[in-house]
Write a protein that binds this ligand. Structure first.
Ligand code: ADP
Ligand code: MG
Ligand code: MG
Length: 193
C-alpha cells in the first residue's frame, strides 16, 4: 500500500474540482483580509496541474515534481511558492517512501521553512499542523478538517498580507487554510491512499 501514480492523479483532480467549485468563496475570504485573489490564483494553478497530469507521469516522484513546477509557475502570490515547496518536498521524500503521512510531514516542514510561519500565525501552517498527525494516525475525518479550518477564524494574523490588519484579521477564516482544507478533503475522498 501507499501512494501510487493513479491515486495521486485522482487526488489532484479532486482537489482541482474543489478549487474550481469554491474559487469565488476563496477569493471572498481573501478580500476580507488580503487582496482577493486566492481563489483565482489557485484555480489558475490547479487547472494547469490537471492539464499537465492528463499525460500520466512515470512515477510519483515525477508527478510531484510536475505539480510543484506547475504551481510555482502559475499560482503566484504567497501561496504559489508555498504550495510549490510542499509538492517539491514530497517529490524529494518520495524517493524513500510512498507513505502519505510521511510525505505530508515533509511537505509541512518545507512550508514552515519557506514561509517562516509557526502554528498560531493564521496561515495554512495551522491546518497542516493539525491534520498531518491525523493522516499519520489514519484518523482524518471531514469534521476534523472543518474544525481545523474554523480554528483559524479567531487567530490574529502574524504572517502574509493579513498580518497588515493586525487585530482586525480576527473573525475571518484564513483563505490559504481553507484551500488546504480542500486538499485534505480531496485526499480523504481518494480511494486507496
Ligand atoms: P497573496 O497574499 O500574495 O495574494 P494568496 O492570496 O494566494 O497570496 O495566498 C494567501 C495565503 O497564503 C494566506 O491565506 C496564508 O494561508 C498563506 N500564507 C501567506 N504567507 C504565508 C507564510 N509566510 N507562511 C505560510 N502561509 C502563508
Ligand atoms: Mg491574496
Ligand atoms: Mg496577491
Amino acid at each position: 500500500m501507499g501512494l501510487t501514480v493513479n491515486n495521486l492523479v485522482e487526488w489532484m483532480n479532486n482537489f482541482a474540482t474543489k478549487i474550481e467549485q469554491n474559487k469565488q468563496y476563496l477569493s471572498d475570504l481573501d478580500t476580507a483580509i488580503g487582496d482577493g485573489d486566492h481563489g483565482f490564483n489557485m484555480s489558475r494553478g490547479m487547472s494547469a496541474v490537471s492539464q499537465k497530469l492528463s499525460t500520466m507521469p512515470d512515477s510519483i516522484t515525477d508527478a510531484f515534481k510536475q505539480i510543484a513546477m506547475t504551481l510555482i509557475s502559475t499560482v503566484g502570490g504567497a501561496s504559489g511558492p508555498l504550495y510549490g515547496t510542499a509538492f517539491l518536498e514530497m517529490a524529494k521524500k518520495s524517493s524513500s517512501t510512498s507513505d502519505i503521512g510521511e510525505l505530508l510531514e515533509a511537505a509541512l516542514t518545507g512550508i514552515k521553512k519557506r514561509g517562516g510561519a509557526v502554528p498560531g500565525d493564521k496561515t495554512m501552517v495551522d491546518v497542516w499542523t493539525e491534520l498531518v498527525p491525523e493522516v499519520k494516525d489514519h484518523s482524518l475525518t471531514a469534521a476534523k478538517i472543518d474544525e481545523a479550518v474554523a480554528h483559524t477564524k479567531e487567530m490574529v494574523a502574524k504572517k502574509g498580507r493579513a498580518s497588515y490588519l493586525g487585530e482586525r484579521s480576527k473573525g475571518h477564516i484564513d483563505p490559504g487554510s481553507q484551500s488546504s482544507g480542500y486538499l485534505f478533503k480531496a485526499l480523504l475522498e481518494t480511494e486507496g491512499i
